[in-house]
Design a protein around this ligand. Structure first.
Ligand SMILES: Cc1ncc(COP(=O)(O)O)c(C=O)c1O
Length: 426
């Protein structure tokens, strides 16, 4: 099983067998409130009729078609719908099947772009400590979570990391973007530029808000400074929007909420509301156009059998229809202050050493139990699940990201369940 303690699971399995709206049900019929949108996927809530219907229709009409030297209308239709909600200047997408594939695709496009412009010496890639860009070799290399890297060999050459932005000594219990350290943390990129010669660096990849490493919100001025340094040195800035995309931060994409534009950005998960696996890499028009010079032929030797899969495209269109009808891509803007207040009410609760939030994301960090890191959070997760609430834990941090359709009483219930679980965990 993926990222699972298999033997622990086998001894005490937790199963989900049905879902609707804000809830899962276990096979025994117990209702579980979804505090995690599945795994940051189900932004529109579960089993939404427009998506279900679109998938049903498409799978009966055309189940699969190749996209190498071929096309099908629904893939272009979905790409156009995505371009219409993307920030200005992002009119092109490349379809993948996951966040991991999106990360590797974006890195490869960055390298190929420089080469197409006669700057093939730009081969270095820069990630960030505590970053997560999936588990394939490219994403793993630029990722910065030690346990995801340490047993898998030397990775790929020419990869470096800037420091992470988590600074509890100055920024604990921040509401929204932390105040301290933004420019200072970003200037670590300048250090790498000086050391390696910036004309050898192809791209920098970061999550606008780091999710998997525990909801690390960028301090004020941080992303602006990264942008400035990248622009000055001709380095491409890639945002990994796999969890910040599709309304999580109150705008269609995190870049818009944070007011900083990358050159490429990756998506997956809520792209199809998690219904069918799919990812998409958005590229700036100038990057796309750089590939369209010279003699005609295959411009990018890259792609997946399932790129632009018709059933995934149908799910994605159903997702966009649902979001448009219900204003979901902006809904969080009106909910965020309630969410923030509810999260920060846990300040002072047992074991809690930090609370942070942004958009409809929050983290509650627990003091690790001496000699048993992550045990306290894991036990909290189990207790919350037993009480009918699904939360997610990474190390000793509880990460929350409910579907964007969540109502205020459900927010109350989510935090109440955590408070109660914390009182019973040693
Ligand atoms: C920011 C980010 N990038 C990439 C990924 C990898 O996505 P997938 O598991 O679909 O490969 C994730 C998954 O959580 C993610 O949060």
């Amino acid at each position: 099983m993926p990222f699972t303690a298999n033997r622990q699971f086998r001894a005490a399995p937790r199963l989900l067998s049905r879902a609707e709206g804000m809830y899962y049900w276990t096979p025994e019929g117990r209702q579980v409130l979804d505090g995690t949108a599945g795994l940051w996927c189900v932004n529109a809530g579960h089993c939404r009729p427009k998506i279900v219907e679109a998938v049903r229709r498409q799978v009966g009409e055309m189940d699969f078609a190749p996209t190498f030297q071929m096309g099908h209308p629904i893939a272009f239709e979905f790409a156009e719908r995505l371009a219409a909600i993307a920030p200005p200047g992002f009119k092109h997408v490349f379809f993948t099947n996951s966040g991991s594939e999106s990360a590797d695709t974006a890195l490869k496009i960055a390298l190929a772009y420089h080469r197409a412009r006669g700057e093939g010496q730009r081969y270095r890639l820069i990630g960030r400590e505590r970053g997560y860009h999936g588990v394939n070799f490219g994403g793993m290399a630029v990722g910065g979570i030690p346990s995801n890297r340490k047993v898998f060999g030397p990775g790929i050459a020419g990869v470096y990391h800037i420091r992470h932005t988590h600074d509890p000594s100055r920024n604990s219990f921040s509401k929204g973007q932390p105040l301290h350290g933004g420019v200072e943390f970003a200037d670590d990129l300048e250090r790498l530029c000086t050391f390696h010669d910036p004309s050898t660096i192809a791209a920098v990849i970061v999550e606008p808000v780091a999710g998997s490493a525990g909801v690390l919100v960028p301090p004020r001025g941080y992303l602006e400074r990264l942008r400035e340094i990248c622009t000055r040195h001709g380095i491409l800035l890639i945002f990994d929007e796999v969890i910040t995309g599709f309304g999580r931060l109150g705008k269609p994409f995190g870049a818009e909420r944070l007011g900083v534009m990358p050159d490429l950005f990756t998506t997956a998960k809520a792209l199809t509301n998690g219904t069918v696996p799919m990812g998409a890499v958005f590229v700036k028009d100038s990057i796309h156009d750089a590939f369209m010079q010279g003699p005609a032929g295959i411009e990018l030797f890259h792609g997946y059998t399932y790129s632009g899969h018709p059933v995934a495209c149908a799910a994605g269109i159903g997702m966009l229809d649902t979001c448009e009808e219900e204003g979901l891509l902006e809904r969080v803007a009106g909910l965020e202050s309630y969410w923030e207040t509810a999260a920060h009410a846990l300040k002072g609760a047992r074991h809690v050493i930090d609370v942070r939030n942004y958009g409809l994301m929050a983290a509650i960090e627990l003091e690790p139990r001496p000699g048993a890191p992550a045990a306290r959070a894991y036990e909290t997760f189990v207790k919350a699940f037993e009480s009918g609430v699904l939360i997610r834990v990474t190390a000793d941090t509880i990460a929350l990201s409910p579907p964007l359709i969540v109502e205020k009483p459900q927010i109350d219930r989510l935090f109440q369940a955590i408070r109660e679980a914390l009182t019973s965990v040693a």
